[in-house]
Design a protein around this ligand. Structure first.
Ligand code: 5AD
Ligand code: SF4
Length: 446
């Protein structure tokens, strides 16, 4: 540890949960270098932006932020500015050329080299490293938790992706899939449990393909879940993201056996048309996906399912679109992230397919999908009226000082009038009303 006065670091994070977890690893590495986090970028010695490349607009936003950081650097020339994460990986040359104020560029597998690269910058050079690794999982680094509630934490269990969906930039910016040592995962869960954390989310691009040898045996995701769930029965276990082609009955059975594994599965479908799924190289058909929905309903009747849907992929017809709409009706998702397809350079779709659905049609289809999903989400919430859920209290509701909010096992937000309970405690709440995204209820005193 550097003994001199702490330097200040400001980190902005975009993109997925994985990026949130990575920023916590970066914070831990920087702590060792004598940096403390600050929320005030104008006072920072180091400004980092952890970036996302998934859609074009994710990158546009970061270019906008770099304008702001340049202005800060003009006032405080000693401030170092770094671009890290997926966009750094994809656009290293462009970032360095276009943004003279950027001192550091680090891809997702190079965070351990941050101390050396900071020294490079001190000696008047740019600090750049975008090598991808086959092994890096940061398994031995204890992340500095930044979630404000001190109750929930992400634990990264694997990195990278081997699936090569035709539209997706992830394999190019995050490299090959690798699973983290289960010992380090379990010790992190124990550590968090001792610190009073109540909820962990195991994260990875495709958690169902977790695969690691332990004591001569191969540990699959269902085995890891089983071990993690047994550590602290008061601790909720969540996970994301599942891939429909790999979500096994074993995982569903393990969930059913452990009440502390939350009744929520995020299962990105992308499209309801087998023809489009094939073009996307998703590795499953519409029928296979519907079978996974049925399996979830069978093993976990009280579970909620959420999804990602992408509209307007290359060659998508009105008929394909109708199939997506009918799949949404069948699956009855509680919530969905819904996107228009956006071509990503270097992917199979960009190289070999035609982005031939015009913008107007993409917009129109997206609007239809959003409208239907919103209706279903709201109807789903209404169905919960009269039911009682165990809720982990997270804090004061954003809308009213008199109310708390928390989540049920299904990952739905529940709002209820404050009473004696405190954040971090579990309470039973009877649902009396709902909005399109929230359940409203009252605590049941026991
Ligand atoms: N265009 C639009 N959406 C995309 N996603 C991934 N790649 C693209 C793309 N090129 C969406 C998918 C994925 C989610 C994280 O982002 O729905 O599940
Ligand atoms: Fe964005 Fe994908 Fe990178 Fe996450 S892994 S930050 S979603 S590009």
């Amino acid at each position: 540890m550097n003994a001199s006065k702490p330097k200040k670091c400001y980190i902005e994070t975009y993109g997925c949960q994985m990026n949130v977890a990575d920023s916590e690893v970066v914070t831990s590495i920087l702590n060792e270098e004598g940096y403390e986090l600050t929320q005030d970028m104008t006072k920072a010695d180091l400004i980092l932006v952890n970036t996302c490349s998934i859609r074009e607009n994710a990158e546009q936003r970061v270019w906008g932020r770099l304008d702001v950081f340049r202005q800060i650097k003009e006032k405080n020339p000693h401030t170092k500015v770094g671009v890290i994460g997926c966009m750094a990986e994809r656009l290293r040359e462009k970032v360095v050329e276009r943004e003279k104020s950027v001192d550091l560029v680090l891809g997702p597998d190079t965070y351990r080299s941050l101390p050396e690269l900071l020294e490079e910058v001190d000696s008047g050079h740019k600090g750049i490293n975008t090598l991808l690794s086959k092994e890096e999982t940061y398994g031995d680094i204890v992340p500095v938790r930044t979630h404000k509630n001190n109750l929930s934490a992400f634990i990264s269990i694997m990195r990278g992706c081997n699936n090569m969906c035709a539209y997706c930039i992830v394999p190019f910016v995050r490299g090959r899939e690798r699973s983290r040592d289960p010992e380090t995962i379990e010790s992190e869960v124990r550590h968090l449990s001792q610190k009073g954390y109540k909820e962990i989310t195991l994260i990875g691009q495709n958690v169902d393909s977790y695969n690691r040898k332990k004591g001569g045996k191969t540990l699959r995701f269902a085995d890891l879940l089983e071990q993690v769930a047994g550590i602290d029965h008061e601790m909720r276990i969540r996970f994301a993201t599942s891939h429909p082609k790999d979500l096994s009955d074993d995982v569903l059975k393990t969930m059913a056996d452990h009440p502390n594994i939350c009744r929520h599965i995020h299962l990105p479908v992308q499209s309801g048309s087998t023809r489009i799924l094939k073009a996307m190289n998703r590795g499953y058909t519409r029928e296979w996906y519907l079978n996974r929905i049925d399996a979830i309903r069978h093993h976990l009747p009280e579970a909620e399912i959420t999804t990602d849907i992408m509209t307007g992929f290359c060659s998508e017809t009105e008929e394909d679109h109708k199939q997506t709409l009918s799949l949404i009706e069948y699956a009855r998702y509680d919530f969905a992230y819904m996107f228009k397809y956006s071509e990503r350079p270097g992917t199979k779709a960009a190289r070999k397919m035609n982005d031939d659905v015009d913008e107007q049609t993409k917009k129109q289809r997206l609007n239809e999908i959003i409208k239907l999903q919103n209706q279903i989400g709201a109807a789903n919430k209404k169905n919960s009226i009269g039911k009682t859920f165990t809720v982990l209290v997270e804090g004061t509701s954003k809308k009213s000082n008199n109310d708390y909010f928390g989540r049920n096992s299904q990952n739905q937000v529940v709002v209820f009038p404050k009473n004696r309970v405190k954040p971090g405690e579990y309470v039973n709440v009877k649902i009396e009303n709902s909005t399109s995204a929230t359940l409203l209820g009252k605590v049941i005193e026991d």
